[in-house]
Design a protein around this ligand. Structure first.
Ligand code: PHE
Length: 456
């Protein structure tokens, strides 16, 4: 069972550390950082929540990410192929591969819808549609847009087509090349937005909100939100990092790469907070407004800000770029599987899967509007149901499978070989990693999982 990269000689490999960081951080940094992190931080009272979130990233997210990389690189194939190579043909662990496959497709179906909204908002920002509107009107604009039966679907399909185009072009010429161009752009935009926000009079309120902890505002639900979000933001539990891990050169230091990705992802989430909250406070708007923070609160804030037109446009561009480098990683999971395991060409697999996933996305979008009644199941519309099934059920299960597999099933010598590149690197804290993989992460995940199902 000592299979390695050599098993799949034809697989492409990312060009070097910088490429791996651009691609994997590109997957991690997405709507989760720029749309979700700020609003759940706002909802949970700011700094105290951030402290708990950082602990979740370091103690649970990081070990799961390292485990994903180990499985991918050691297994040397798509999500299912990798588990098969490491666990055997008929092993029950293959189930882990299949549920991740399902998870990655489902997450992309609803992610594409929200990402499509960001495209529409680029157009709205460019045509100065928010100028002179009252906050209620901007809210109404968003509300009527997302329930309409045509526009959001057109936007979603455009977004999915761009995603497919990148994946179609291949791992190196598409995904790697695209991420290497987009990630510096993303960083540049977010830094500009932070400078604008921090130089507004009254910005201090937002900074205090972000960095001065008040633990009385933190509930048990907030702690669980933090852990759940750590999974989402690091793209864990859906096979993305396993698939990307299989394209990492055997000479790369996996643990150091994983740490750098966690740092990059966290820095961008914090920068998104710095770009948003000082501005929100400077204009006296309520920070804890939930999912509408980015699509309703912010356009209002930009409309009142000097230079708001250009910053609003930059913000929605940022959102779209971040979403794209994530969506390509979601699509790659199933494209890699279908093209490797089912013998369909990569290009054909990309087209087929994009069509299938987009169709489910259309149902997600319609379930928020006219067809809400027909598309409501278990008290949730289809969009919310897909989100719940992935974020609260599939991701924790997928993540637990990775850490349990690396902690309990793979021989420790193999794990060590993978982490130290067969002894050529000295990697500290391998014992701590094993402890986290065996106990800490699975227990933490079990707690979130049971809570999200209402059992704890
Ligand atoms: N990490 C991405 C974000 O923060 C979302 C994602 C989830 C990407 C799962 C890939 C797989 O937006």
């Amino acid at each position: 069972m000592d299979l390695h990269q050599g098993e799949h000689q034809k697989r492409p490999l990312f060009s070097g550390r910088l490429s791996i960081i651009a691609v994997a951080a590109g997957s991690a940094i997405g709507l989760g950082n720029i749309w979700k992190f700020p609003y759940i931080t706002g909802k949970n009272g700011g700094a105290a929540f951030i402290i708990v979130y950082l602990c979740c990233i370091a103690l649970i997210g990081l070990p799961v990410l390292i485990s994903d990389f180990i499985i991918g690189r050691r297994g040397g194939g798509s999500i299912v192929t990798s588990f098969r190579a490491l666990a055997g043909k008929r092993s029950p662990w293959l189930f882990g591969g299949f549920i991740a496959l399902f998870g990655s497709a489902t997450v992309l179906s609803f992610y594409g819808v929200v990402a499509g909204w960001s495209l529409e908002y680029i157009v709205k920002a460019a045509s100065n549609s928010f100028a002179g509107k009252s906050p209620a009107q901007v809210g109404e604009m968003f509300g009527s847009f997302i329930v309409s039966p045509v526009e959001p679907i057109v936007c979603q399909l455009i977004f999915m087509t761009i995603t497919a185009g990148v994946v179609y072009a291949g791992v190196k010429k598409g995904i790697e090349a695209f991420s290497k161009v987009m990630m510096p752009i993303l960083l540049g935009i977010i830094v500009l937005l932070c400078i604008r926000s921090l130089t507004l009079p009254g910005a201090e309120g937002g900074i205090a909100f972000l960095f001065k902890p008040d633990f009385s505002k933190l509930s048990a639900g907030g702690v669980l939100d933090a852990l759940g979000h750590a999974f989402f933001t690091l793209s864990l539990g859906v096979g993305t990092m396993i698939t990307y891990g299989s394209y990492i050169n055997p000479k790369e230091n996996l643990a150091a790469t994983a740490v750098q990705i966690c740092i990059a992802d966290t820095v961008i989430a914090l920068l998104a907070g710095i770009a948003i909250f000082p501005a929100v406070f400077a204009f006296g708007v309520e920070p804890g407004q939930g999912p509408g923070l980015v699509f309703v609160t912010l356009p209002n804030v930009f409309a009142q800000m000097p230079g708001g037109y250009i910053f609003c446009l930059l913000f929605f561009l940022l959102l779209a770029v971040a979403a794209l480098t994530s969506s390509i990683s979601m699509l790659e999971v199933s494209v890699a599987y279908v093209s490797e395991d089912l013998g369909i060409s990569r290009k054909r697999a990309t087209l087929l899967l994009t069509a299938l996933i987009s169709a489910v996305g259309v149902v997600c979008s319609l379930s928020m509007g006219e067809y809400q009644e027909q598309l409501t199941f278990f008290g949730k519309n289809f969009f919310d149901l897909a989100d719940f099934a992935v974020s609260n059920v599939e991701m924790p299960i997928g993540g637990a499978i990775s850490v349990l597999f690396v902690g309990w099933v793979l021989k420790r010598r193999r794990v060590q070989d993978e982490l130290t590149c067969k002894g050529s690197l000295t990697v500290p804290l391998i014992g701590a990693f094993m402890f986290a993989a065996k106990y800490l992460a699975p227990i933490g995940i079990a707690i979130v999982f049971l809570h999200s199902l209402g059992l704890f």
